[in-house]
Design a protein around this ligand. Structure first.
Ligand SMILES: [Zn+2]
Length: 88
């Protein structure tokens, strides 16, 4: 649930931006977040992609640069915390 509405999240075809396949897409009107089926985490981790698209869904008025920055920071912190987890 995001902002009181049920969203679907899954893998699929994301489309392209300026000729480059997108890692993820937030389809606001159909309330679907799609992560590219062949997402390999080479450029962006799966965590960062999901955080990024969920942020678009939750805050549609926030511009791309701010979403991108927040998702990068959150994913980096998650990565570091996972590596340092005391009880795994
Ligand atoms: Zn975006």
């Amino acid at each position: 649930m995001i902002n009181g509405q049920r969203w679907q999240v899954g893998f699929g075809y994301t489309g392209k931006t300026r000729g480059v396949v997108d890692d993820g897409v937030c389809r606001y009107h159909s309330r679907r977040i799609v992560v590219h089926g062949a997402h390999n985490g080479r450029y962006t981790s799966l965590e960062e992609t999901v955080i990024h698209e969920v942020a678009h869904a939750a805050f549609p008025q926030i511009e791309e640069g701010a979403i991108d920055h927040m998702a990068q920071v959150a994913a980096k912190i998650l990565f570091k915390m996972r590596a340092a987890e005391p009880y795994k």
